[in-house]
Design a binder for this molecule. Sequence first.
Ligand SMILES: *Cc1c(COP(=O)(O)O)cnc(C)c1O
Length: 459
Amino acid sequence: MESAEKTMKIKYERPVIQKLNTGLMNKFGTSTEIRPVIDIEGIPVSKLIQTYGSPLFVISESTIRKTYRKALKSFTARYPKVQFAWSYKTNYLNAVCRIFHQEGSWGEVVSGFEYDKALANGVPGEKIIFNGPNKTPDELRKAISNNSLIHIDHLDELYTLIEITRKEKSKARVAIRINMDTGIYPMWDRFGLNYENGRAWDAINKIMAVETLELTGLHTHIGTYMLSANAYKVAAEKMASLAVSIHRKYGKWIEYIDMGGGFPSGNNLKGAYLPGVDIVPPTDDFAEAITSALLNSEMDFNHLPTLILETGRALVDSAGYLLGTVIANKRLSDGRRATIIDVGVNILFTSFWYNHKISPAQEFSPFKENMELFGPLCMNIDVIRDSVMLPPLNKGDHVVIHNVGAYNMTQWMQFITLRPRVALIDTKGKSHVIRELESLDYINQLEQVPAHLIDENSE
Ligand SMILES: *Cc1c(COP(=O)(O)O)cnc(C)c1O
């Protein structure tokens, strides 16, 4: 009992002083001060909307490059071999992917469609990481012949790979995805094989026993929008311990440890008291947790694995803006102000879990009011913000929605309205269309009307 108490002694933690970005308290709590956002990188919002229409997604190339370089530096300053791989599902617009590839990022894909997109963007096969639970035999064959890195999700996939490679007398470079207890619950245990119950180790041994498979690395992706750097430390320690076990048993050091993504962006999670910028740990904290765990492990320093990171949202969210226009104002039954804008939840998917920061795009009076912001869809769920303090906005005014670069331009739905244009502002301040406005023709291209439903008189 006594000795247990001794070991239970709580570790001393250094106090941390951190500047908060929230404003003063008022009856609605703390709110960040609202300032108008008149332009994006020097181009007036009104001009962007005039040129490309409303709503409009705008992506800042220089923000992507700056964010990428800063994050990469956090890791390379602490660890000798680092490689980033761009998570396609986070934003797979070709122009965006190519910025990441120009910066040196590999491609990380989770479907055959994304795999082909990465190839078409010029990523060499051996620099594509193929993740996910659903890879068809044909897709696996293609990945094998391109020498890509195949991250095995389950034993059925392992058996398929054995069958294919033996039949075709080919060799596949594989890793396994590992899930584990990192102290964050609910635990993500549906992808990959579990560390604690020995399934991961079992899969490793199965792979080592097959002559057509080459175990190149170990992969994990412990969650998304993770606020705990310590969870990554725990995960990196477990990955390193597996690498050490592999070496002990087989005399082979794996080539890489892939720690996945999941670092948070500065977005405001619903239900959080403070804005994202105040609660999100800096990338340095994650880099420190991961790299120190790897360096302090028993892995041989001369055979340190490359550290791969598949960071998605943290690298692109802040580079994306969604511009919109006020359609109308009305008073709800309880007297509250409601403002309807032309941005619906079908193109702002992340509004389901974020309170996106919204700025008026023109000067306004100091008066502010609590209001509800609706989208244009004829659907009750189309609420962009259910309660937000903003100056009253007039019909025709513009708004800027911040931190929309991650997941919106992949998860958006064509629903009731057509999906808007996406513009890129390059590093010289010039704007380009990188995805066109959808059209009725584009939507109709895939549809067919059986002959008996075509009325001859209408032809
Ligand atoms: C989605 C995903 C990522 C990117 O996650 P973020 O939370 O956007 O950083 C990385 N790796 C894998 C395997 C993923 O599924």
